[in-house]
Ligand binder design. Structure first.
Ligand SMILES: *[C@@H]1O[C@H](CO)[C@@H](O)[C@H](O)[C@H]1NC(C)=O
Ligand SMILES: *[C@@H]1O[C@H](CO)[C@@H](O)[C@H](O)[C@H]1NC(C)=O
Length: 377
């Protein structure tokens, strides 16, 4: 059965590359790797493949790479043969991706959950290459030396995190290696202006996005917990689970007898169940600043004041990023775009909130109350 499909699939893959057809076009029944090609240069012409003791090795010196939003990153991947081959074989390289936000844990899939699957990032054969989806036009192979198939991603986005697989196929062998991509950033808990536990999963996703952030992954929340995040309200994570980080165990937060850690409610129904959100924000292009203004402002005045200063009211994710990544420190409460009032403290001092650095929050006060404002430009 497989033998019958091979020539068909090879022709199909060639067509796909020439005509720039979608990656799914060549998937065939019985053989859904989507990636085999029959290379005559590696065979003896009778449809049989020589095996001469040469082994293909695919390696990455860095199993995980961290980068900042908006920058370029290189995910290393090299291949070589042992022993070396005199005549180079024709190779095909495929980079694919398991996004962090679909990497559901080993638990059964939550109702309404999308299945976790790898999607294509780039396929390259010789000098031809093709990139897919949100990576189109943003990725290339580095090719700094023979066998260098490292992937360069430009203009990194918040949701580019996840596990990338570099797969090298030469018609005889098929080897791969994975590289984890993380973004440096900050996790913050977020809840609705209508109160606690108002977000189902899609609303939580939207709420983070509205604040220039994305739902945090478990790894991001775990890092934040290691760095001291303690929050006794459960929030959605990108994988559809609901969890919260506790560094100081106490009653009502899993109990005082339980060791510090991430409390996990597991996967929840994405539409019916409501919680807060844990958002992840990374470095921002512009700057967040406290607007110098002679008087305090109500919310409508605050919006206008930033506009007059050729900027806009800062979003919550932008304030957190400025606090965490640029050290913004200001002991003045100010309006933000979601009509919450907050201020960022990096150097702890008297009358500026609790004895740890953090973004202090006044919640969502009535719009007529007067505060300062944080603008973003
Ligand atoms: C990732 O974020 C970009 C905007 O930065 C958005 O256009 C895209 O749809 C997002 N992709 C996914 C898979 O969420
Ligand atoms: C803010 O103050 C202005 C007057 O400067 C007033 O017109 C406006 O209604 C106030 N907005 C709110 C929400 O109270």
């Amino acid at each position: 059965m497989l033998g019958l499909w091979r020539p068909l699939l090879a022709a199909c893959l060639l067509l796909q590359l020439l005509l720039l057809l979608p990656a799914s076009w060549c998937r065939m029944p019985e053989y859904n790797n989507g990636f085999y090609y029959h290379d005559v240069t590696n065979s003896n012409g009778n449809g049989e493949i020589y095996y001469n003791g040469v082994r293909l090795h695919v390696e990455s010196p860095e199993p995980s790479v961290s980068a900042t939003r908006g920058s370029s990153v290189t995910l290393p991947c090299h291949f070589h043969y042992e022993p070396e081959v005199s005549a180079p074989r024709r190779t095909r390289v495929k980079w694919s991706w398991l996004p962090a936000n679909t990497a559901a844990p080993a638990a059964p899939a939550a109702p309404g959950a999308a299945p976790a699957m790898e999607t294509e990032v780039m396929v390259a054969m010789g000098n031809r290459h093709r990139s897919y989806g949100s990576f189109r036009g943003r990725v290339r192979l580095r090719r700094s030396a023979p066998g260098d198939m490292s992937l360069v991603i430009n203009e990194l986005r918040l949701n580019d995190t996840g596990r990338y697989r570099c797969e090298v196929i030469d018609g005889v062998e098929d080897e791969s290696v994975t590289v984890e991509l993380e973004l440096r950033g900050v996790v913050f808990p977020y809840f609705s202006n209508r109160g606690r536990y108002h977000f189902n999963y899609p609303r939580a996703q939207q709420a983070c996005q509205d604040q220039d952030a994305t739902l945090a992954t478990f790894e991001q929340l775990f890092t934040a917990w290691e760095e001291g995040l303690d929050w006794c309200n459960a929030g959605w994570l990108a994988d559809g689970t609901v969890q919260y980080p506790i560094t100081a165990p106490r009653d009502g937060c899993g109990g005082s007898g339980l060791a510090p850690g991430i409390r996990n409610y597991g996967p929840r129904h994405r539409l019916l169940h409501r919680f807060d959100a844990f958002c992840f924000s990374a470095s921002i292009k512009g700057t967040v600043y406290f607007l110098q203004n002679p008087t305090r402002l109500n919310f409508t005045e605050a919006v206008q004041a930033c506009a007059r200063d050729f900027s806009s009211v800062a979003k919550v994710g932008q304030l957190y990023a400025a606090w965490r990544l640029s050290g913004l420190d200001r002991c003045d409460a100010g309006w933000l775009a979601d009509a919450s009032v907050r201020y960022p403290i990096t150097k702890v001092r008297a009358n500026c909130g609790p004895p740890e650095p953090g973004v202090r929050s006044y919640g969502f006060p009535p719009w007529h109350l007067k505060f300062g404002v944080y603008c973003y430009r």
